[in-house]
Design a protein around this ligand. Sequence first.
Ligand code: NAD
Length: 478
Amino acid sequence: MTELIVDKAYIAGQWRDADRRFAVTNPANGETLAEVPDLDGDAAREAVAAAEAAWPAWRRRTAKERAALLRAWFDAIMANQEALARLMTLEQGKPLAESRGEVAYGASFVEYYAEEAKRVAGETLPSHGADKRILVFREPIGVVAAITPWNFPLAMITRKCAPALAAGCPVVIKPAEAAPLTALALAQHAEEAGFPAGVLNVVTTAKPAVIGEVLTTDPRVRKISFTGSTPVGKKLLAQCAGTVKKASMELGGNAPFIVFDDADLDAAVEGAVASKYRNSGQTCVCTNRLLVQAGVYDTFLEKLTRRVTELKVGNGLDDGVVQGPLINAAAVDKVQSHIADALAKGGRLVCGGEPHALGGTFFQPTVIADVTDEMRVAREETFGPLAPVFRFDTVDQAIAMANATEFGLAAYFYARDYRRIWHVMEGLEYGMVAVNEGILSTELAPFGGVKESGLGREGSRHGLDEYTELKYVCVGGL
Ligand code: NAD
């Protein structure tokens, strides 16, 4: 295993320090884990220059050579699964079992795109003249900038970098300031794997807008891949317009979780708990609204509440903990404001509702019943351990409630009747739908949203297309 906690940025194959640094803290106890460079626009431009310089040789490598490097990176990540998981729990707070899962999930993109690198193919098409031929080349788009959030410090990076690198693109990563250490450890493993200097760069900063401005306006950057909140995504998209940069956006959600009266209620409770409370509710595909049909409302609520009160809250490194701290005080404030708003407008507190006795940013897993459309939780992403339970009568009413949001990332529902399943599956305006399942992320499927939840897809062969351009060549005079 490699020594982790790397506290330097990585640009052009060099580990870089800076005069100004910022602290990375453990959300479970507030302790400083490390101080990392607080880089500015010049460092970002340097990283872009390094990536640009590395591009010609990187794209000329054979697909098989790029695949071998990705495979070596995958092996290095998995050989250090435990150390990476601990590091992630320390800087982000999620329970160790979830961190181990994220390392495996994140690494699976590297493995998948190592395989898929060998299958980036163009095509020949029937031509418009007997003396002409139509060739279509699939080429790497160029320098990619990846801006990632704190809630999945490892997987959001590999989900972007692995397909970019496989396609022949160099990358500049700007990790979230709350959790940059995992990104630096990943770069260390990429260096061990043997990636050439400049192909993968990590720029740490406490001033994301400054680096973001460079990455979205520098013409050498050909593609931005962003995962984060919808307001920041909209700002970055606007900034990309000046250089007509391609952009992928994985943004916020407002996931409905619908329980119909023919559902297996015990399975639905397990699915709801998994999709609502994992990562303390701080996941873009986390259930934000539970919609339950009137005939099973009380039974479901009772079963859910029993299960939620059993969830053990604590330091993610401790045995049996399934819910760690929230990332910071602002996250706690948002959960509390959603609870206060729901209760003021007639919601009924069923369990939780308060900061946890452990103090800091620990919060009780919470359930509120009798929730209605007028409450903020109906429209806004809570991003915390609050399950608001709405009531509906008919199937079409549930579909309408589920779709009544500007977001369209993930939706979940539990039912048994196959005609109902098809009707609901087809009626939901979402990029991803889980039927009788509480967890749907996998490297094998296209992940992404519609409406204001984003643009583009990550994972599967579609995730690779995001980093390529088509070049049509017309050969005439034959
Ligand atoms: P955020 O938008 O605050 O930050 C995301 C990243 O953007 C961070 O690296 C941050 O430093 C950077 N950033 C912030 N302001 C910037 C600016 N002006 N210019 C450039 N970069 C800037 O989001 P967050 O709080 O880190 O993450 C939570 C949000 O991310 C939630 O809304 C969640 O739903 C979303 N998310 C979406 C997905 C998805 O795949 N759709 C996955 C995970 C998280």
